[in-house]
Design a protein around this ligand. Structure first.
Ligand SMILES: Cc1cc2nc3c(=O)[nH]c(=O)nc-3n(C[C@H](O)[C@H](O)[C@H](O)COP(=O)(O)O)c2cc1C
Length: 191
């Protein structure tokens, strides 16, 4: 099984980075192929809403790091997004990548071509952390991530979200988060 993992935080070894590493442990233990993307260090231009993908399902921007993500999304069986909550939403790093998937949206909804499923089907996992108590950030991020998953023909996903986790690495003190992430990783590769 091919598992595609997106690190959406600029903070290396921050809370969502730790959660994603933990979710990947059972997946790597079972020998699945993991392709991960550290979005903060990638060169990805934001969507220009030029309409170029409407008739082709392909983005007109062909010379940035999104090309390897397009390939991975086509070939993947499982997809994990990890993102901090920034201003009640997914991080900009994550959102730029998602917006460029407008090309998949055009392919699916305008051209009526669905990305073919592999033999294991497609499933997703969303990992979120926010420093505040308010859960509106989780709701907003969840809404955007759901649109992303459905656009890339991932019909179901699980979400783990932690609030009031702010300082770098604070998630390590959470009573269940690491175990939750590990177990979610295990469930993700169930067929
Ligand atoms: C620019 C910025 C905006 C933020 N906005 C929110 C917010 O709206 N809601 C929230 O709960 N936390 C917010 N936070 C706090 C982060 O979500 C929190 O520190 C989180 O644990 C970071 O995860 P990371 O370590 O994986 O980057 C914000 C932090 C930054 C830097």
């Amino acid at each position: 099984m091919k598992v595609i993992a997106f690190y959406g935080s600029p903070r290396v070894k921050g809370n969502t980075h730790i959660l994603l590493d933990e979710a990947l442990k059972p997946i790597e233990e079972k020998g699945h192929e993991v392709i991960s993307f550290k979005l903060n260090s990638m060169n990805i231009r934001p969507c220009q809403n030029c309409g170029g993908c409407d008739k082709t399902g392909k983005c007109v921007i062909v010379d940035d790091d999104m090309q390897e993500i397009y390939k991975a999304i086509r070939e993947g069986d499982r997809f994990i997004i990890s993102s901090p909550i920034f201003f009640f939403a997914l991080s900009a790093q994550t959102k730029i990548m998602i917006d460029r998937c407008q090309a998949f949206w055009a392919e699916k909804y305008l051209l009526k071509r669905v990305i073919p499923e592999g033999q294991y089907g497609r499933k997703g996992l969303l990992l979120l952390a926010g420093g505040m108590k308010k859960d509106i950030g989780i709701k907003c991020a969840e809404t955007t991530a759901t649109a992303f998953f459905r656009t890339i023909s991932v019909p179901t996903h699980e979400t783990l979200a932690y609030l009031e986790v702010d300082a770098k690495g604070e998630i390590l003190k959470h009573p269940t988060a690491l175990k939750d992430a590990y177990e979610a990783g295990k469930r993700l590769i169930e067929i």
